[in-house]
Design a protein around this ligand. Sequence first.
Ligand code: M6R
Length: 611
Amino acid sequence: MCGIQGITARRSFRWKIVQWVVAALAYLDYRGYDSCGVAALVNGKWVWLKRVGDSAVLKSALSKTRWLSCLVLGHTRWATQGMVTDRNAHPHFSGHVAVVHNGNLTNADRLRTWLKGMGYVFLSETDTEAIAHLVHYYYQKIGNLRRAVQLAIKDLEGDYAILLASAMEPQVLVAARNNPPLLIGLGDGFNIVSSDARGIIALTRNIIYLVEGDVAEVTPEEVLIFNQRGRRVNRKIYVSLESLGALNKGRYSHFMQKEIHQQPQALRNTIQPVLQRGFSPTLFGKRARKIFGRLDSILIIACGTSYNAGCVMKRRIESVAEVPVRVEIATQYHPILSASPHELVVVISQSGETHDTKEAIKRARAAGHKYVLAICNVPESSIPRASSLIFYTQAGMEVGVASTKAFTAQLAALIILAYTIAKVKKRLSRTDETSALESLRKLPLAARRTLALEPEVQAWARCIVRRRSALFLGMGSFYPVAQEGALKLKEISYIHAEALAAGELKHGSLALVNKRFPVVVSAPSEEFLRDTVLGMKEVNARGGKLYVITDKASNLVASKNIRVIYLPKHDPLHAAVLQTILMQVLSYWAAVMLKRNVDKPRNLAKSVTVS
Ligand code: M6R
């Protein structure tokens, strides 16, 4: 899960290239930010700088250097093999060869042993250094970087997107991919190789997406692409419409805070096309009417927060569209039975690049699934490109590692999906459609009013940060809301948190509860409220401290050890969105009070592109 960047340019650009690469790394940090590095070919020799920390650390370390170079490699790292140290940061070198890598080699140990036997000395603990030496080894035999890479990748096992350069070929970048994405940006007098459109579009909108197995030889004037079998191929040039979004926090202290507060707008933008066009299948793609008309069940696949979104909306889709819905964690999805041809796979992913989700799509296709609908927040990312139907959430660029606005936009997208399927299947009356649209129209305002409760939640956070562990309770669709609340809290505050269906408490976890043990409860007035209240009583009887998010209709009231926040008056169908917003706010303030790195929590990355 690393960011890769490289530029080869004509001499006239030599003043700018290092800055361009480092500026691009700021947009790639989300792929990993434990360390980063840059290498530039200056007067025929590699110079480099590597630092533990994100691209901002590298940028400030570079401020005193003025490297004039036409061939530059950059990298942001999320450690897979080897500790987080300057030495393990990329690029890695073997004599004249430099390499940056995203992925994970499974035969690195074997390669290291063999290469050591050939006399190569390893300076890092990474799998990537083995690639540098291997390419160097083949280069010594054939004297051509691209051909050396083509030979070397035959020896690699596992996932990789690699970008290499050699001081012997001062204009050439060679890129190769097996799984993680690699893109080429076509400039005028320069060309770019990046793991990501975000690394390219500030400089050019013309992009080639390398296909699995491709090897590309890139110079400032030319791009030659060879497929898995070594044959020259032409790949389509796309004109990217993606927008970079401002990498600034505005009046907020953190991106996460900004993104929490952007939710009313993110919801409005996601809902807008539906308000204009009604629940039209064309919102999902040209073939949606036919596919929705035939589907008899839905399989949702996703990871992390996106998985929670699927779980939250499962019951709602079932009740509105009247089709059974299963939700699977992508890594857990290994089908045994062959697929029903009429089951629609719905893949949810903020980034559109999550490796585990991409692998699950492959397994779904292998099991016989024909149609995949991607619900995604990043245009042109891998998952929508591999899908038959697409719905883009319009949350805008999400920078904070903890997903917030993308999650609530996913919930909105799934509501839209439910009603659209119902409409295609003629299970939605005109009156119901009108009232569903009216309900959706009110959602952004309800989100805004909910955010006004921030000071009350902040007061809760002050108590929760004194504890090392917390439970989150919910029932029905609000159990996954509790799961999302627990995930947010642990992800950014590092307080251990676990979610339970309230009815499960007495089956084991109640043993955790003692005096003042914090239990956050999602308790809207809905069909399962009775069970949620029973769980609350069990906690209360043991002196646990309850933090309850509810509404006036629940009749729940504050008392000793029970704190209550009432959501503003809202359509009950919006409760999951509004409840989650308050849980995000709670986690945010807990993390701030504990002085955590809110936007870049330890050990994580925004886009998880390795297995
Ligand atoms: O980009 P994706 O939605 O596919 O990412 C899936 C998870 O990695 C992601 O939701 C993760 O759980 C979030 N960081 C949680 O806030």
